[in-house]
Design a protein. Structure first.
Length: 423
């Protein structure tokens, strides 16, 4: 037994309300259980309880055992002087307040239905990866849709913190922050760290002066990535290197070490030089991408913009000076969707929250609804047991559900877990 379950039972009044008494035999009526309190102090605030003929308003503290009050040293904490009732699963010791009168204690454990306890134990102790798999089909589709929408918003809000941090580092310059976060997205996990360093190494207001000159953009990006530091007898390399040396001196830039880039277990299409070329091409082809995003560019247009093909040189090279068989390289549909879902939508959502623009906030959610469901090892498991697969809103919700609820066994905070307990 744990306190989380007792909090859940108390908050939702999932106990037999008849014949309630304190451990001293006084009659109790729970008028209002109060509001869950997340900070230091009693568990529930503004509770209303009738004991015998006296109405009490104050706080409620919940423990598995009465002795936990002493174990947690509440007797020495003045924040607990407002407690009107001590709710426990098991009463194992008598308690007294400072004024030496008996402390009202109510044994909740005696009034919780056995079926509810059994179901909770099944959820909390099961070794199954998804203990709810047998009950998904029983859930009302509207309840499922509503819950997943809320969880998808939770995921956007969880990413908001990082985005606001970057914006703060950029002194509230959203274009600068957009450039940095967009750069990270081209790392696709393996090289996220290197792209992050790259984005930090070159102020966007320098780069923005050259967005109409393709060679200069490529030179700045590859130069700051540390890719133009070694000698190489290649005409294209020499062209970029010459351009970069001028810009490096002009802006007093320092490149990041080439050793930051990871090549291990990567397909050639994902090699750092290819991703850097794609990023450079996007900056050249869509210099106003951030403004386009704010103005409501459609998902189809975003896909078209993101599906860039790098400079012709990179159609026959994965590294400088090493020619390979010609291939048609461009940002694929899956990669473009990933950038939209994991970068552009969170930025748009965070920007709308930052500026209090509810219309733009709804538009960010609509973009997720217009993008295809993401297929991966996690979403596939949930799809197979009956979860909705209509759009990226569903897959984002599933990923959040897996990380924050299922993996942490937070069934009591999950609408599906609540349904199983209370069905």
């Amino acid at each position: 037994m744990n306190e989380s379950f007792l909090h859940y039972v108390w908050r939702h009044r999932l106990f037999n309300p008849s014949n309630l008494q304190t451990t001293d035999g006084e009659k109790i009526s729970i008028i209002h259980p109060g509001f869950a309190h997340q900070h230091a102090g009693p568990d529930f605030k503004q509770s209303v309880v009738k004991i015998n003929d006296i109405m009490w308003a104050g706080d409620v503290e919940i423990h598995v055992k009465s002795s936990d009050w002493l174990k947690h040293h509440h007797q020495n904490d003045p924040k607990y002087n407002s407690v009107i009732l001590h709710v426990v699963y098991e009463h194992d010791v008598e308690l007294y307040k400072e004024e030496k009168r008996s402390f009202p204690t109510f044994v909740l454990g005696a009034h919780i239905p056995e079926t509810l306890i059994r179901r909770y134990m099944e959820l909390s102790t099961s070794k199954e990866e998804l203990v709810c798999r047998r009950h998904i089909q029983e859930l009302n589709p509207l309840t499922m849709t509503s819950f997943l929408s809320r969880v998808a918003i939770e995921r956007l809000l969880s990413r908001q913190h990082h985005i606001f941090e970057v914006v703060s580092q950029c002194e509230d310059n959203w274009e600068e922050a957009f450039f940095r976060i967009l750069a990270i997205s081209f790392g696709f996990k393996t090289n996220e760290g290197a792209f992050d360093l790259l984005g930090r190494s070159i102020p966007f207001h320098y780069l923005s002066k050259h967005l109409t000159a393709r060679t200069q953009i490529y030179a700045l990006i590859f130069g700051q990535a540390g890719m133009l530091e070694e000698p190489c007898e290649d005409d294209y390399y020499l062209q970029l290197s010459s351009e970069y040396q001028y810009l490096r001196y002009k802006y007093k830039l320092t490149p990041i070490p080439k050793s930051c880039w990871n090549y291990l277990r990567l397909r050639p299409k994902n090699f750092p030089c290819i991703r850097l070329a794609e990023f450079s091409e996007l900056l050249f082809r869509a210099p106003k991408l951030f403004n386009n995003l704010l103005e409501g560019i459609s998902t189809q247009e975003l896909l078209k913009v993101l599906s860039v093909t790098p400079d012709a040189y990179w159609q026959t090279h994965y590294h400088f000076g090493k020619c390979v068989k010609s291939s048609n390289l461009s940002v694929g549909k899956a990669a473009a969707f990933s950038i939209i879902i994991n970068t552009l939508v969170p930025i748009l959502f965070s920007y709308s929250v930052f500026h209090g623009d509810e219309t733009m906030q709804n538009r960010a959610v609509s973009v997720l609804e217009s993008v295809e469901f993401e297929e991966n090892s996690i979403t596939r498991i949930y799809r197979e047991i009956g979860f909705p697969t209509g759009s990226a809103l569903d897959s984002q919700a599933i990923l959040q559900l897996k990380r924050e609820y299922c993996s942490k066994k937070q069934c009591l905070k999950c609408s599906i877990g609540s349904f199983i307990l209370r069905r």
